[in-house]
Design a protein around this ligand. Structure first.
Ligand code: IMP
Ligand code: MG
Length: 171
């Protein structure tokens, strides 16, 4: 069993999610919003954030992969596409973490081709020290240092996604 240390506890995450929800409600007064959840890492964040928002929210899911055994392969593969048209809709991409920025850069361009009315990015975590692609999320939960984190949707080789906090593995 790996030794996991808490980086951000549940209470701190809950408080920040309340704030993010307020920000989004202010920016999209009474509008319908599409939450575009990036599988699988963003599932927990998507649900927990959506529950705090009073606007009508539609869910869409897309799955891409860029990592194998925690190493970036440098390529993005589209595993599952969205199932409804998002043309003319106000879309927020919900991401778990922006690391090199490769995934979100690819997805932003890809989704813009589908002609939404507007497109923003909301990421639970931001790891700016690892950035290769110049991109920043419009909404960021927490900015973290260069640690490999797990929990709250984030995985270590598909494990530990269900932790109710964000942790890191102590070597
Ligand atoms: P990027 O394309 O390099 O920005 O990587 C984004 C993706 O890599 C995220 O959606 C995660 O799935 C994964 N990733 C990056 N850093 C971590 C981490 O610290 N823990 C778990 N997954 C990570
Ligand atoms: Mg991911």
């Amino acid at each position: 069993m790996k030794n996991i240390k808490i980086l951000i506890d549940e209470q701190t995450i809950n408080q920040r999610l309340d704030e993010l929800a307020e920000e989004i409600m202010k920016d999209y007064p009474k509008k319908d919003i599409v939450f575009l959840c990036i599988l699988k890492g963003s599932v927990v964040f998507t649900v927990e954030l959506a529950k705090r928002i009073k606007n009508n929210i539609q869910f869409e899911f897309i799955e891409v992969s860029s990592y194998e055994k925690n190493q970036s392969t440098g390529k993005i593969k589209l595993n599952k596409d969205i199932s409804q048209s998002i043309q003319g809709k106000d879309v927020i991409i919900i991401e778990d973490i922006v690391d090199s920025g490769r995934t979100i850069t690819f997805l932003k361009e890809y989704i813009l081709q589908k002609n939404p009315n507007s497109l923003k990015i909301c990421s639970l975590l931001d790891k700016p020290s690892k950035r290769i692609f110049e991109i920043k999320a419009d909404y960021i939960g927490f900015t973290i240092e260069d640690k490999f984190v797990v929990g709250y949707g984030l995985d270590d080789e598909q494990n530990l996604r269900n932790l109710n906090y964000i942790g890191y593995i102590e070597e």
